[in-house]
Design a protein around this ligand. Structure first.
Ligand code: G4P
Length: 508
């Protein structure tokens, strides 16, 4: 018998408390299994620590990882999403691999830009969301205002499940609305020390407020939550341990088990016997001692067993997965078995790419993993021309990981890289130097944005490409891309070539 799975991610704006909450979830989950970071050894230690330096200086986490914990007989797979907006593309892809999400909001700030962006991605895939309003131990905005903001800005029904009795200096605890029990702060640090009181005597002010809340918002409706139309809202303080146990209980009780995944020719249900999964992330050089790559696969159906042969749809021969990895603790542990909803790391030498479907019979293809049009384009200038091969390999590797995109222009030899955020440029240069020993510089490219082009009529596409050869390039997979000087130019050109489609995202 396998335990039920809950595969989820936390979405938030930087500083809302995602890291603190993650730590607390892992702590409450008993064993802390941390993943995504493998200690580098010997001379190669620098490679990782340099990269870490960027993380530390910027105070953000660059890599996303998988953390598994168990609680009350349920296995939770928490997929970490980098919070910084520069890494949105990687984050978006990670969100394709979860069944639900927890949205963390700072009680003093409400909905912030990054929360909203990530929410929109969840909505695209109808990912159900549990809201956690954090930092109620500090002065925050009025609760009604926060709830109305969530409802209005995200066009979502909200259903408060708990209620903070005061915030900041007035904070008396968090009341669970269903059971009418309050968790109270204790001691100098005013942390939650396990004091729970049934049916507390609350002042009239609070009684009125809670009555209003119960009339004013819809009751929790599990079906509406699972459709992504309603979010249950919990209040708490990750730092002071309020509401974290309740959040885990809510995930266990309400969050969906592994859901069917969109695929062609038909969605794949987890009950399907055939082992299938898709790669949502590839990370190169996790262990600098082995120049391997880890493909992170979400298992969608079947029981995976070690040594099993899986075939990447569309390209390549079956590969035998002899050393699949579950990322427990600081060590890589070889997995013997995995179940739908689990994430498996598959070491490979570059065969596996983001978006790949892996299956036993190779007659299915998961859909919906997007590539986004880059917002910053730069020309890569190699300082030592004898390193062309290394540079190409490095750019291909990083394109595969989704750190950057790479475009090879039809005319000229200056490769162009594209990113969605400035910080990715720094990561790129630092990794080129440290991991690939390639000294390079980035200079402005004469282009501002890129669009994938296609057309039903091949002649129309060819005409367009022939007439615009100076602006044409190929992406890493050989797809034609139009490099434009501005978004305005894209519109102008698109009007002139009505038969050609200009796409800002490309589904892999
Ligand atoms: P992030 O991953 O979403 O970016 O947020 P993170 O957990 O790093 O939290 C951001 C800041 O907010 C941290 O403070 C953290 O301690 C604080 N914080 C998180 N949860 C709570 C909470 O429930 N109550 C209060 N009062 N603060 C909270 P910092 O000063 O930036 O860092 P640190 O020096 O405390 O680590």
């Amino acid at each position: 018998m396998t335990s039920p799975r809950r595969t989820f991610a936390i979405i938030s704006h930087p500083d809302a408390g995602k890291t603190t909450l993650t730590e607390k979830l892992l702590y409450f989950g008993g064993a802390i299994h941390l993943a995504g970071e493998v200690k580098a050894r010997g001379a190669n230690r620098r490679a990782r620590s340099d990269w870490m330096k960027i993380e530390q200086q910027r105070g953000i986490s660059v890599t996303s990882s998988v953390m598994t914990f168990e609680h009350d007989g349920i296995t939770f797979n928490l997929l970490d999403t980098p919070g910084h907006e520069d890494f949105s593309e990687d984050t978006y892809r990670t969100l394709t691999a979860v069944d639900s999400a927890v949205m963390v909001i700072d009680a003093a700030k409400g909905i912030e830009p990054q929360t909203r962006k990530l929410f929109e991605v969840c909505r695209l895939r109808s990912v159900p969301i549990i809201t956690f309003v954090n930092k109620v131990d500090r002065e925050g905005r009025p609760v009604f205002e926060l709830l109305d903001e969530i409802a209005d800005m995200l066009a979502l029904d909200v259903s408060p499940m708990s209620w903070p009795i005061g915030m900041g200096g007035e904070f008396e605890g968090v009341l669970d609305l269903a059971s009418n029990r309050i968790s109270r702060p204790e001691g100098d640090s005013r942390a939650f020390l396990g004091t729970v009181e049934d049916s507390p005597a609350l002042s009239e002010r609070w009684q009125e407020e809670i009555e209003l809340a119960q009339i004013g918002y819809p009751a929790f409706d599990p079906a509406a939550y699972r459709h992504g139309d309603l979010t249950p809202v919990y209040f708490g303080s990750a730092l002071k341990d309020f509401g974290v146990a309740e959040l885990i209980a809510a995930l266990a009780e309400h969050a969906p088990a592994p859901r069917p995944q969109p695929a062609e020719p038909a969605p794949v249900a987890p009950e399907n016997d055939e082992v299938t999964g898709f790669v949502f992330k590839v990370q190169a050089n996790m262990d600098p001692n082995h120049r391997d790559r880890i493909a992170f696969m979400r298992l969608c159906s079947g029981t995976f067993k070690r040594g099993m042969k899986l075939t990447p749809t569309g390209h390549g021969k079956p590969i035998a997965v002899h050393s699949p990895i579950l990322f427990f603790a600081q060590n890589r542990e070889v997995a013997d078995e995995a179940f739908p909803g689990d994430i498996i790391g598959i070491p490979n030498h570059g065969t596996l790419r983001v978006g790949d479907t892996l299956s036993e019979r190779a007659d299915v293809r998961f859909t919906g993993l997007p590539n986004f049009a880059p917002e910053i384009l730069r020309r890569v200038q190699l300082k030592d021309p004898t390193k062309t091969k290394q540079l190409r390999k490095a750019l291909d590797d990083m394109a595969e990981e989704g750190v950057t995109q790479v475009f090879y222009p039809e005319i000229g030899s200056n490769w162009i890289i594209g990113v969605v955020g400035q910080l990715q440029l720094e990561v790129l240069l630092s990794r080129l130097e440290v991991e690939y020993k390639v000294a390079a510089a980035l200079e402005p490219a004469p282009f501002d944005t890129a669009r994938w082009v296609s057309a039903e009529d091949p002649a129309a596409l060819k005409d367009f490409m022939d007439l615009n050869r100076g602006a044409m390039a190929k992406d890493r997979d050989g797809n034609p891309v139009f490099l434009a000087k501005s978004a305005w130019e894209v519109g102008y050109i698109a009007d002139r070539y009505a038969k050609v489609r200009f796409a800002a995202t490309r589904e892999r």
